[in-house]
Design a protein around this ligand. Sequence first.
Ligand code: ZN
Length: 445
Amino acid sequence: MIVIENVTVATVDANDTVHTDGHVVVGDDGRIAAVGPGKTEMSGKRVDGKGHLVTPGLVNSHHHLYQWATRGLALDETLFGWLTTLYPIWGRLDADVTGAAAAAGLGWLALSGCTTSMDHHYVFPRDGGDVLEAEIEAARRIGLRFHPTRGSMDLSRKDGGLPPDHVVEETDEALAATEAAIDRWHDPSPGSMLRIAVAPCSPFSVTTRLMEEAAVLARRKGVRLHTHLAETDDEEQFCLERFGCTPVEYADRVGWLGEDVWLAHGVHFSDKEIARLGATRTGVAHCPSSNARLGAGMARVRELVDAGVPVGLGVDGAASQEVSQISAELRQALYTARLRGGPTAMTALEALRLGTMGGARCLGREDDIGSLEVGKLADLVMWRLDGLGHDGVDDKVAALVFGPTAPVELALVGGDPVVERGELVNADEETLAREARRVHRKLMV
Ligand code: ZN
């Protein structure tokens, strides 16, 4: 048992309960045994949390880990320009590059308070080895709960899509590999450390047949569906020209709205589309830093949340926003909402909810993670807020969200430490950086 006390606890329960002087007890089964105000009589290894804030571990609901190997490129491009610059480089990906990039990306996420991450991997070069296995091994190495998706692209330039011919797969080949990945890796059990979802990449890189059959496959297997949608004006123009409808109308047409679906970005939605997403409980992974970096626009998060849409936060790939810290997305989400809707458009607690419970709902894990409640998994973060950057901000949730990126004193995944005193427990940061540098050089030949 671990007893954290003398600490502020933001539970993110249904009432957004915050205990300014409270405790959290982690049981030996890796679940939360107690949480509440004041002290507890329960025994265990005692941790003094004075000057700290405990929150649920942050959930990253959209990412492309392999992109850690291609950061800092195409710095002044729109999405389509950025993609067409990077596709040829990504065509050289292999398991070695993906594994090292994923370990770096996941290590960096853990250091920013992430305890569960998804990954959207959609580039599978023919002679690249088993890239999905490589990133799953990386997640095991770092110790994070992991929801990788088996992505895919089958619409290349010769058929009117955006990617070059050599980075896409055949439709049936992609579907078969996706089913094989689910059979091999997906663990549906409560407390699972590894779940797979099905994730064709985007309307401009995937055929209608692959979208439709991927949805049928996912539902037959009982796994979730993920894709990019409504990220930029370019994409909307592509859909209007090719399909005669908007991206959301297209998703609806191909069976891609529902509570088992979450969509990355969702920047360009009409009022009617937001209502439709809310009615179908389709989730959205909001990626405000990536949207800013690519100049894609500002998602209508206030309206999405008010319509009942589950909204999580995502850092998105490290090539489209080099910060890649999930804790920084709390502030960026709050700023983005306020740039659109003024200072009352989002509170610090609402931003924290997006980064925890919102992400858990996107991943279908709200029964297990996303809030600190008895019986839930002990995925939690203790943030150090008594240093120069935060001390003096009395509201500790405000200090975390409005303040600079906070150091992680302790991060637990299922009760197991993955970060202690700002350092990774299971890996060495310098080694991760060295490996990441090596594979970056390998790609940039
Ligand atoms: Zn993305």
